[in-house]
Every structure is written in structure tokens, then in C-alpha cells.
Ligand binder design. Structure first.
Ligand code: FE2
Length: 297
């Protein structure tokens, strides 16, 4: 199964690094299409929000895709669900990936519906049966797309019927499906607080060669023992520290800033992108032997 192959490398300060990316939102699409950002080296869209879009918005998206590599992050494939996979959607996604020359497609390791859509991303039970079920569905999607996909470690707030730790579930799915990992560092942090585990030990167990790219985002503190993954605020310092730890363990990988709510001006998001690049440069300088310059390589 072919891996996504395009090299994502920026030459900030004369040193090549995999770079920082931004989740594209319509609220700043126009500005983003017109303006070159020094610290944005790729961008991400949810294909479901764009598949049937034509006219002005499609032209703006094409404009951005001409300038920067695109990664696609699905919302509704329902990989962990019981209902049959929506093969029509998978074929639409295949066409979308080709149309905009996307370099990677990722989805959540979760479920979001049965015969209807729940409009939420719910955790797959950490069971052997679920591993086999979701791995088969990932393989089915990969066969249709003709390429490996990346699955994202999701945040979760309860784990009904849990038979194994989250890390064992994640590793087994990746191995069985022969897929890649979208490593959401904020989700690791949020889960480590909510479920009382060591986030660095979690990172240490992940397979370096499977990491396609990463996510960072802000979250909401409901209580010191309950963090809610909202993507609605700035990234906090412990998550930046954990991102640096992830680079130290796995080498630098392309990393994308997610911001879905309370979206500030683009200039403010660029400061966070600059921060990703700074951490990448520092990590690349500290461990040049581990540096990784390709998405999914
Ligand atoms: Fe994420």
C-alpha cells in the first residue's frame, strides 16, 4: 500500500524542517488565499465541507492548493461504527484528493453514527473485537483510495467495556490495518490528565515510522482533572512542552494547528505557527540524526 509521498520541508532560517500547517477555515479563506504566510507550510481541510463546493470558494481553495500542500482530515467516515461504510463518500473523497492533489488523508479513530449521524466523535471500545472491526474498515478504505490513510488518536472521556489500555488498542489497530498515525499531541495531553497516565511514556511507545503528521490545539479546563478538547483556545505551555518531547522521541514531523472555535485573527494564529516552527528548529538542532522531512516517511 503506497504511503503519501510528498516531502513537506521548509527552509526557515536556512535549516530544512517538515514545517507547520494550519486548519483552513472559511472565515479567513479569502485572506489566506491572498496572503503568503511565512510560517505556514501546508494546510488541512475536512473534505466533507468542500466536496460539493464550486464557484468562488472552490476557486479560492484551488488558489491555496496551488501554493501549499493540502492534507485532508475526514469528519464523518465513521471508521469505528457498525453501519456499513459509506462507499459513496469514500469515492467522493478519492476524487477530492485527486482534484486538489492532497498529500495525505486522515480520519479519527472513533465512530460518529449508526444508521443516523450523531455529529460527535465517540471513542471506539478498547476491545479485541473492536480492533479487528475497525482495522478491516480502515483496510477497506485504503483499498478504495489506493493509499495508506492516517488515523488520529482521539480524546475520550469514558471507556466503556475497556479490555486493554488505550495505547495497546492504538498500536494494534495501526499494525493490523497497516495504516499511518496522525499524532494529536493535545489529545495525548488531555487524555493523560483525564485518565491519569504518563503522556511521555505514551509517546515513547508509538512507532516513529508510522507518524504521518501531528496536531496541536487548545482545550478547555473544566476541572483540574477534567480537560475538554475544544479547539477553541490557544495552545497551552504543557502541550507545547509535550510537542517538544514528541520531536525529541520521534524526530521532527509536520505539525498542524487546529482552531475551530473562537477563531482569532490570522495574524494571531501565525504566532502559534511560528511557535511550532521554533520548536521544530530547536528539536532539529538538538537531534539532527532523528530529523524527518517527509510526510508519512
Ligand atoms: Fe486533532
Amino acid at each position: 500500500m503506497p504511503k503519501p509521498s510528498l516531502t513537506l520541508a521548509s527552509a526557515d532560517c536556512g535549516r530544512e524542517i517538515p514545517g507547520a500547517g494550519l486548519g483552513l477555515r472559511r472565515v479567513f479563506l479569502d485572506q489566506f488565499a491572498r496572503k503568503q504566510s511565512a510560517h505556514t507550510h501546508f494546510f488541512e481541510v475536512a473534505p466533507e465541507n468542500w466536496i460539493h463546493v464550486e464557484g468562488k470558494f472552490a476557486r479560492l481553495l484551488e488558489q491555496v492548493a496551488d501554493r501549499l500542500p493540502m492534507v485532508c482530515h475526514g469528519l464523518s467516515l465513521n471508521l469505528g461504527g457498525q453501519a456499513d461504510l459509506d462507499l459513496g463518500l469514500v469515492k467522493d473523497i478519492r476524487h477530492f484528493l485527486q482534484r486538489y492533489r492532497a498529500v495525505c488523508y486522515s480520519e479519527h479513530l472513533s465512530y460518529c453514527g449508526d444508521t443516523g449521524h450523531l455529529y460527535d466523535l465517540l471513542p471506539i471500545p478498547f476491545t479485541q473485537q473492536a480492533i479487528e472491526h475497525v482495522s478491516d474498515r480502515i483496510k477497506q478504505v485504503q483499498d478504495i483510495l489506493g493509499q495508506q490513510i492516517a488515523v488520529e488518536n482521539v480524546s475520550y472521556y469514558c471507556a466503556p467495556g475497556q479490555q486493554m489500555p488505550e495505547i495497546d488498542f492504538l498500536l494494534d489497530v495501526i499494525a493490523r490495518a497497516d495504516c499511518l498515525l496522525l499524532l494529536d499531541v493535545n489529545n495525548v495531553y488531555v487524555n493523560s490528565v483525564n485518565h491519569s497516565y504518563d503522556a511521555v511514556q505514551f509517546l515513547q511507545q508509538l512507532p516513529t515510522e508510522k507518524i504521518a503528521y501531528g496536531h496541536v490545539a487548545g482545550h478547555y479546563m473544566e476541572h483540574e482533572n477534567l480537560l475538554v478538547d475544544t479547539h477553541g483556545s490557544d495552545v497551552i505551555d504543557p502541550v507545547w512542552t509535550l510537542l517538544a518531547d514528541a520531536y525529541d522521541i520521534h524526530g521532527v514531523f509536520p505539525t498542524l494547528l487546529e482552531r475551530d472555535f473562537n477563531i482569532p485573527p490570522l495574524e494571531q494564529l501565525e504566532q502559534e505557527l511560528r511557535h511550532i516552527v521554533n520548536i521544530q528548529q530547536h528539536a532539529a538542532g538538538m537531534s539532527s540524526g532523528k530529523k524527518r522531512g517527509a510526510l508519512g516517511a
